[in-house]
Design a protein around this ligand. Sequence first.
Ligand code: PLP
Ligand code: COI
Length: 355
Amino acid sequence: MEAMVNNISVEKAATSKIHKVDFDNLAFGSTYTDHMLVADYANGEWSAPKIIPYGPISLDPSSKIFHYGQSIFEGLKAYKDEEGGVWLFRPLENWKRLNKSAKRLAIPELPESHFMDGLVALLQLEQNWVPRNPGSSLYVRPFMFASGNGFHASPAKEYKFIIALAPSGAYFSGKVKVLIEETYSRAANGGVGYAKAGGNYAGQFYPTQLAAEKGYQQVIWTDDNNHEFIEEAGAMNVFVRINDTLMTAPTNDRILDGITRKSILDIAKDEGIATEVRKISVKEVVEAAKNGSLKEMFGAGTAAVVSPISGFGYKGVDYELPEIKDSYASKLKKIITDIQYNRTGDKFGWRYKVV
Ligand code: PLP
Ligand code: COI
């Protein structure tokens, strides 16, 4: 049966899975809604996006995604307020970053209307899937990959864009212990680190597994020259508080330009917190940990929100961070989530109403 929502054609799923979902015990990103949005690129243009039942897709074994990894993604969340309103947070930033990634991976860019109209129509259809439980949200995963085939190592001629939705709980349970990396690198100058390319994550899995064997949940990546400066973590940007100054590394072509990162910086400045965007050396963080001036570290990202770091490992030594009252992390997390869940005003103009 076909209908139209917001000018997007909808093929409804025969049955809904929503009654099988335990919304009180949601993991992150492992349950999917009834529908997905799909658009195809062929003959030099994107087809109109359409909504179809969520399910497997069929690809030729010679599709270039399997061989050359032309694959990018985004991550954002839909939030439900007390009245049942559904909101997004700065979704145009995700569309812009998707196209930044697309360009770097020689994937055709996606028109804004395909992204925004498709996303809004899909969320309107799936609004009952946006959890109300505290700390939960509907994780939105737009992604794009080479569906066109051929073993020639060159960009594909056909691509698929999909948005899938996953009602999700917290990404991390509890505080995060991190390992400052001394051997492996996530990204290099002139590379694809700033893009949200699937391969950037594949490349992190092995070093992250090694770190996990030693009891760390995330790796803090350092520069690829000398592993001297802190860059970002596997799925989040990193903030360091030394005395009362909050700092984070400047973005460059090795670091993902996080939407949470830049929002946290704006909020911190607005709150009168001293901020610095500058290179942060591992040496100064270790020294600050030793002399007690390292007050906090936390990660910031869509999935991770604001995740306090409990301590870090470096050169075989573990450094614990103190438990502090009125941390910047808890203050900033409250302000950003109050905006996201429509519990407060929106002085920065970041909220986007869907329902
Ligand atoms: N850094 C990496 C490598 C990420 O995967 C993410 C998550 O998207 C972030 C940082 C944070 O970015 P954002 O705040 O836009 O989600
Ligand atoms: C996000 O925060 O949305 C991300 O994309 C991180 C992801 C690797 C889970």
